[in-house]
Design a protein around this ligand. Structure first.
Ligand code: UAG
Ligand code: ATP
Ligand code: API
Ligand code: MG
Length: 486
């Protein structure tokens, strides 16, 4: 694509001196630049991409997009915000791929990964070719690709959508993190359905206040419904039981569909009964009731299922087909995943790493527990510090045997993180075992028949980040080892 043509997508005049070269790729990492690339300088949290512009030109870049003048022999185009411009250019460069996809975006503090998998399954069972982008991986039809972020930056994102379109995918489901919304990673994405799970405390290291965090999430709904499509109206699927829904409902020009358990909602769950093997409830839609018998456990799972059912319904999938899919879901990796290695007590690995998710999972366990409940929990380093004492409090309140340990300490001293946690539980009964492996082995050695051990925080993760090292670590494998060694 010619540079001038590409720039038209910015909807603003970007004056520059020089020729109108053919752009063969867009890159924001000088190490990936090839002959014909447009190099975009991004001021990051670690380094400033403007410092790599000269090297990019040496590597073959024929134009540079920057926020400040640079003395280079190729055209330098100036914009106020290169990150946001990059998102719009990427969308144009890859041929606006999201216009050819039924795109579903999910935001919320907890439940995004779970809900995205449920939705993907419903669409796949209905015969659609699906794509998925989220915390665990990116999936393009049957191909799985490793990812670093829950929502990738815009270049990767739009390239992925293009690959999906090329592979014949028609429905794409993605998690949209609050960081991505705030940093404009999803500008240019044309969503058909935007889903809200819930809003509780997390990421205050980044957003600083809950109001700011709430506002960041509202951007998904504000972006939705701004383009009119008679063939495919746009929908915001909102949780009626969460107070943030009122704001998100006001933020969007799209149709609003609500789901819930407590408040009035378009799609409701009633008469919920939990068993250790699953959950039974009545699904109510427009006065018609459908009995649901699913394998997922806990009230929070009912919310995820309601969000998924609502999304599929507004997308035109038949209710009978949807119910069949939901009832056949066994679970999502690392979410309330049982570890069975022949032991006579229950071991659950779960990704709860926020106060609300930890409380929900522990309450669900309490509902069935007849004996002791162990919880092994830590808090990630270089992340929201204010959630640490709260998570320790929840561990002590809802478990009989809490063990505070390390999650991913990253650049922080694990003992400092544990001190932050302990500040919330002075005078309570708990153990502190900084080594996560030792913590798991201890709980397993102390458990008696009928007890439950919840290993929280890392779910599907197969690593532990200590300092700059990424070490092999999988809660499920360590738990198995500990059980075998008993
Ligand atoms: C705070 C944040 O969001 N950081 C993201 C950001 O990294 P950064 O700002 O440090 O980038 P940088 O290293 O300073 O680089 C700046 C620029 O220079 C370029 N560069 C850099 C080095 C070089 O040699 N040459 C070069 O050209 C880079 O390509 C980049 O364009 O850009 C990177 C590439 O896109 C992201 O991977 C990275 O996410 C980091 C890993 C991160 O931890 N992000 C978290 C906070 C995050 O985004 N989390 C959310 C939510 C998770 C949830 O679901 O709860 C997520 O969506 O993942
Ligand atoms: N609807 C929900 N409400 C509250 N807690 C939930 C809900 N769904 C899942 N959880 C809890 O939150 C944990 C994380 O779930 P999931 O991975 O689906 O969330 P996520 O929003 O994708 O998280 P992340 O932002 O880290 O990617 C689960 O392991 C479970 O403990
Ligand atoms: N996407 C979340 C994941 C947290 C997972 C937990 N294990 C941790 O490392 O804190 C984050 O980056 O905040
Ligand atoms: Mg996720």
């Amino acid at each position: 694509m010619k540079l001038q043509k590409l720039l038209e997508s910015l909807n603003a005049i970007v004056p520059y001196k020089g020729e109108n070269p053919e752009i063969t790729s867009i890159e924001n990492d000088n190490r990936k630049v090839q002959k014909g690339s447009l190099f975009i300088c991004i001021k990051g949290y670690t380094v400033d991409g403007h410092d790599f512009a000269e090297s990019a030109v040496k590597n073959g870049a024929v134009a540079i997009l920057a926020e400040r003048p640079l003395d280079l022999e190729v055209p330098v185009l100036l914009v106020n915000d290169t990150t946001r411009a990059m998102a719009v250019l990427a969308d144009a460069f890859y041929g606006q791929p999201t216009k050819s996809l039924h795109l579903i975006g999910i935001t919320g503090t907890n439940g995004k990964t779970t809900t995205s998998h449920l939705i993907e399954k419903i669409f796949a069972d209905a015969g659609e070719k699906t794509g998925l982008i989220g915390t665990m991986y990116t999936k393009i039809a049957d191909k799985t690709i490793e990812t670093k972020n829950t929502t990738p930056e815009s270049l990767t994102l739009q390239k992925t959508f293009k690959q999906m379109v090329d592979a014949g995918v028609n429905t794409a489901v993605m998690e949209v993190s609050s960081h991505a919304l705030d940093l404009g990673r999803v500008h240019g994405c044309d969503y058909n359905v935007a889903v809200f799970t819930n809003l509780t405390q997390d990421h205050l290291d980044y957003h600083e206040t809950m109001e700011e965090y709430k506002r960041a999430k509202s951007l998904l709904f504000a972006q939705l419904g701004n383009t009119f499509d008679l063939n495919m109206p746009k929908f915001a699927v909102l949780n009626a039981d969460d107070t943030a829904t009122e704001m998100y409902s006001r933020s969007t020009a799209a149709h609003v569909v609500t789901y819930g358990i407590e408040q009035e909602a378009d799609i409701k769950a009633k008469n919920i009964q939990m068993t250790p093997k699953g959950t039974v409830f009545d699904l109510e839609i427009k006065g018609v009731s459908y009995p649901i018998r699913m394998q997922l456990i806990g009230k929070f799972s009912v919310y995820n299922v309601l969000a998924s059912i609502s999304t599929a319904l507004v997308s035109g999938i038949e209710i009978e087909q949807i119910i069949q899919s939901i009832e056949s879901v066994e679970g999502v990796a690392g979410r309330f995943e049982l570890v069975n290695a022949g032991q006579d007590f229950t071991v659950i690995v779960d990704y709860a790493h926020t106060p609300d998710s930890l409380e929900n999972v522990l309450k669900t366990i309490q509902h069935f527990a007849e004996k002791k409940v162990f919880v092994i929990v830590g808090c990630g380093g270089d992340r929201d510090r204010t959630k640490r004492p709260i998570m320790a409090q929840i561990a002590c309140k809802f478990a009989t045997d809490p063990i505070l340990t390390s999650d991913n300490p990253r650049s922080e001293d694990p003992v400092d993180i544990l001190n932050d946690m302990e500040a919330g539980v002075q005078g309570e009964n708990y153990q502190v075992i900084p080594d996560r492996r030792k913590a798991i082995f201890t709980a397993v050695s102390q458990a008696s028949p009928g007890d439950v051990i919840l290993i929280a925080g890392k779910g599907h993760e197969t690593y532990q980040i200590i300092g700059k090292e990424v070490l092999d670590f999988d809660d499920r494998l360590v738990a198995r080892e500990a059980i075998k060694g008993r």
